[in-house]
Design a protein around this ligand. Structure first.
Ligand code: SF4
Length: 92
């Protein structure tokens, strides 16, 4: 019997330089920086090290994942497309 494929499990003691705090922090801090949610920058900060988005999607409760996605800042292009879409809706 084979086990389901899951995201790579990070070592919670992995260290990264935090652009917000200006010092080093472990992944365990980033994973719970917002109380029961990860820091909203966690994907941007950790994606070069391991598939962090996939890991979070698989480990957070569905409700927590939804709340996390709701607080992640949109990237610039998504924001621009949203503005263009809103402007088109107003013209109609
Ligand atoms: S995920 Fe948040 S707390 Fe962690 S290094 Fe990035 S900005 Fe800092």
């Amino acid at each position: 019997m084979t086990e389901p494929v899951t995201a790579m499990k990070p070592d919670r003691e992995w260290i990264i330089r935090c652009p917000r705090l200006g010092g080093e922090v472990p992944f365990s801090y980033c994973e719970r920086e917002a109380g029961d949610l990860p820091c909203r920058q966690v994907v941007r900060c950790w994606e070069a090290g391991f598939p962090v988005e996939r890991y979070l999607r698989e480990t957070l409760a569905p409700e927590a994942w939804e709340r996390f996605c709701g607080q992640v800042p949109k990237d610039r292009m998504t924001t621009i497309l949203d503005v263009v879409g809103a402007a088109r809706q107003r013209k109609k």
